[in-house]
Write a protein that binds this ligand. Structure first.
Ligand code: ATP
Length: 363
């Protein structure tokens, strides 16, 4: 059977374990030899015990767990050719010719670079005697398939990334808890949630918690936002509401591109409305804890589809991305999705928010 390896890289997210499990089991079911690469690209570069064969039971009882049991890491070595050379050597020595990469745009960019220079890496390994002619011949192609693991839902080409639904659930639990204490004391709470350049978590949690105000990076408020926000908060209180909830995406900015901070919002509320105002920065609990059913199923579907795509692909085919499109698992050209995602980031950086929203499209 073919050699196939799975690794997780970049920031972790709930549902990665379900994907890893599905990759392992589908691969075994289809007669492949399947390996874990631990600690992301670092394990691929370092080899040794970081690359181990997985069996059916190595992925038992992990489907519900947050994070990733095979570890994740940022790896500078893989950004260098010498690091990728070592990684290629480690794959060839084990007969691994298929990779499932689970991570964000950095991870998937690295996977694409690796695949496109693979034959030149093998040339160098062979000419320097690190692999034999026979090893080179048997492993001359590397096929790559990517899955997006991210709580931010910030990737173009897929409706949902693995982990977003679980992060949202965690945020809502926290908001429900905060609302009850806010209600008792007639307080205003400012909740900062994750999402860097993507306001998906902030926007959806605002909708689901009937928050009074939300700040997201894609829709920066005009200079007069303090007055508008205070008017809205006051209106709610005047109608008898005992609390106010304001949600802030960590990457929110104003029209000038200046970050909006929770402290800044608090000062506006306290100075203008004299409300008892508290800040909660939710932080890493958002990416922790068990995954919700949606992410377990999403990870499982994506992982199984990745293996099937690899088995059906021609040797050396362009890398593909498994995405969710209208509740269907579909295969897309990986680099186009990465490029589009990077174009969104560039548009955001150059304060062209309308273009960013247009480019992001469905996702
Ligand atoms: P997150 O969304 O959590 O940031 P990510 O996959 O984008 O996830 P990165 O830290 O950008 O996270 O990338 C993960 C790893 O992928 C890096 O540590 C590095 O090893 C590898 N990588 C990223 N970009 C490249 C690149 N251009 N070439 C080679 N490898 C890369």
């Amino acid at each position: 059977g073919k050699g196939i390896a799975v690794f997780t890289s970049g920031g972790d997210s709930q549902g990665m374990n379900a994907a890893v499990r599905a990759v392992v089991r589908t691969a075994i079911y289809l007669g492949c030899k399947v390996y874990f690469i631990k600690e992301g690209y670092q394990g691929m570069v370092d080899g040794g015990d970081n690359i181990v064969e997985a069996d059916w039971s190595s992925v038992s009882s992990i489907i519900h767990m947050g994070g990733t049991i095979i570890g994740s890491a940022r790896c500078m070595d893989f950004k260098e050719r010498w690091g990728r050379l070592k990684a290629a050597e480690n794959l060839v020595k084990r007969g691994i010719t298929n990779l499932v990469a689970i991570g964000g745009d950095g991870t998937l960019t690295g996977a694409d670079t690796f695949r496109s220079e693979y034959s030149s890496l093998l040339d160098e390994l062979e000419s320097t005697g690190r692999i034999t002619k026979d090893e080179r011949e048997k492993n001359k192609y590397l096929n790559v398939c990517g899955l997006v693991g991210s709580i931010d839902n910030d990737f173009c080409g897929t409706d949902m990334t693995i982990g977003t639904a679980s992060a949202l659930r965690r945020i809502i639990e926290a908001l429900d808890a905060i609302s009850s204490t806010a209600y008792s004391h007639q307080r205003t709470f400012i909740m900062e949630v994750m999402g860097r350049q993507c306001g998906y978590l902030a926007l959806l949690s605002a909708m689901a918690s009937e928050a009074d105000y939300v700040f997201i990076p894609e829709d920066p408020p005009k200079q007069n936002w303090p007055e508008k926000m205070c008017k809205k908060l006051k209106q709610e209180r005047d109608m008898g509401k005992r609390l106010n909830i304001i949600i802030l995406a960590e990457g929110a900015v104003d029209v000038e591109g200046q970050p909006i901070t929770a402290e800044q919002i608090k000062k506006v509320v306290v100075d203008n409305l004299q409300q008892d105002t508290r800040i909660t920065i939710l932080g890493h609990v958002q990416r922790g804890g068990n995954s919700v059913a949606f992410d377990r199923v999403l990870g499982s579907r994506m992982g199984a589809e990745a293996v099937m795509a690899l088995m059906e692909a021609e040797d050396g085919a362009p890398p593909c991305l498994i995405s969710l499109e209208g509740n269907q698992a579909v295969r897309l050209p990986l680099m186009e999705c990465v490029k589009q995602t990077k174009a969104v980031a560039e548009a955001m950086n150059s304060k062209n928010w309308a273009k960013a929203i247009e480019l992001r499209g469905r996702s």
